[in-house]
Design a protein. Sequence first.
Length: 358
Amino acid sequence: MQQSGRSVNLVRELYRQGPSYVFAKKPGEIAEEFGFSQVARLASNENPFGPSSFAINEINKAIDTINRYPDTTQPDLIHALEKFHGKYSFVTGAGMDGVIETCIRAIVNPGDKVAISTPTFSFYGLATAAQGGTIENVPRNAEFSVDISSFISSARDAKISFLCTPNNPSGTVTPVSDIEEILRDINGILFLDNAYVEFSAEEYRPLMNDYENLIIGRTMSKVFGLAGCRVGYAFVPGWFRQIYEKAATPFALNNLSAAAATGALQDQEFLDKTISFVKKWRDIFTREAGRQVLSSGANFVMVDVSPFTGDEAADYFAQNGVLVRSCRSFPGLEDHYIRVCIGEEWENTRFLEVLRKI
Ligand SMILES: *Cc1c(COP(=O)(O)O)cnc(C)c1O
């Protein structure tokens, strides 16, 4: 192995010293360390039912095509998206993370302001920093609703602003009427992160017809059960689509992932089953936790574990074979929360048992 010597100084300081994405602990390591044969995986908001068989079938059909570069226009996937959502302008990427990164690359010059409603998903900030943008965090209210007037005053002259609804990690749903109020009053672009919207009752899509400064990000990683395929997409205003394609990494979405997404979009039964299961267990978690559970429109809930810190609680859960996410790493959030997603029946039951013992 080569020693890192002077050459490391060639690297941007941001990546020698700056923050990195925080990943969930690995279930294998926990299982081995504490001697569990099975670990409840409730830290990453995945779909516990696995991929839809429709996705697997499409992957099998696409396997013979992998010697060829993808068709960058992704006609099958776009067609499936139009069948699912109706006629809108779509762009795709390697996960919604890839979509977010491409949007920022297309819009933000070094020094440009980017407003972010916090505490929230960390990647908006990481991708902004990568582009040399200036981050302005806009704290939410005490109960995690968006402080609309302070968000507007920060977002008004930002190039792009990020608002996550339902919000990760709090689960908070921002009403459509609040989003409209924001859109009417800002000059920049609003990126609305809808990673979990399928689990909520709120409908933001029609806003695309009325505002030309709105991007709605979606992912195939959560309800669609394809986290390992890395497929994201967004509703974009018509004028932005070509610009996005210019800024994007060529062929970001591979043949197998695009095929999986195309299949998953056609399996309504799988979606309905997942969503009703999640809603049922979200209610049970809320009722039976014996602690404050924030009202959530997502497939996870944030639980107040005080007087313990997030890490203390997450470690205790790990020792008991349950992986949950400590919320310590979410800037702007007091350190006494964990985030736990709805898993399979046995995982949810185990979570509640351990929570009662903590
Ligand atoms: C999971 C998640 C994403 C991105 O997911 P991808 O796997 O990159 O598609 C984006 N935003 C939020 C809030 C998320 O929780």
